[in-house]
Design a binder for this molecule. Sequence first.
Ligand code: GTP
Ligand code: MG
Length: 206
Amino acid sequence: MDSRAPSSPLQNEGALQQPSTLQDSPSPPHPRGLLSVIQRLRGSPGQELRIVLLGLDNAGKTTLLKRLASEEVSTITPTQGFNIKSVHSHGFKLNIWDIGGQRAVRPYWRKYLGSTDLLIYVIDSADQKRFEETGQELAELTEEESLMGVPLLVFANKQDLVTAAPAAEIAEGLSLHTYRDREWQIQACSALSGEGVQPSLPLRME
Ligand SMILES: Nc1nc2c(ncn2[C@@H]2O[C@H](COP(=O)(O)OP(=O)(O)OP(=O)(O)O)[C@@H](O)[C@H]2O)c(=O)[nH]1
Ligand SMILES: [Mg+2]
């Protein structure tokens, strides 16, 4: 299998492990992917979670949202405001907010951050020219008071493209290992094909 295959999480990726824990245990025994994150957020199922999807324009946020909602992903246009979908998954009601990422609307991101249980940050892994820009936006977000301690799931999207950077490289570029005050995970995926979006391993409730 190609080492960039989206469904196989990379070595450095932990299931919301703190970096120090990651070093101690490079292969944590947790399930991978979105649901593993959610399960670790809340001890028991049956709860409602607010999830906010952010990232630069064209990163694939709306495609990801539609994937998560098991909808058709072939006719997606840039988001001017926001989309919201509620997805029921394994006993959880996930209220997922997908906010437009164009530069002009990024100042409005802040309006959507309150009471967020999980921040999903989506990156176009093939858009190397904008890695610095997306890193800057993420860095600013993590400074926001309303996101203090909120777990972060980064999707290294568009892994189906041959020019996509591996998730480990993106994690390095974002300096995720320096985060001390929040749990984080990076997941390689292709929202277009669906690979890596849903957990690929059997679920385990914690
Ligand atoms: N090859 C490839 N293309 C993708 C993938 N995900 C999304 N795209 C394409 O990228 C383009 C932008 O996707 P969107 O989902 O609209 O991106 P967005 O982040 O919602 O963009 P804004 O709404 O402008 O913030 C579309 O043409 C998608 O088909 C992927 O995993 N692989
Ligand atoms: Mg969109």
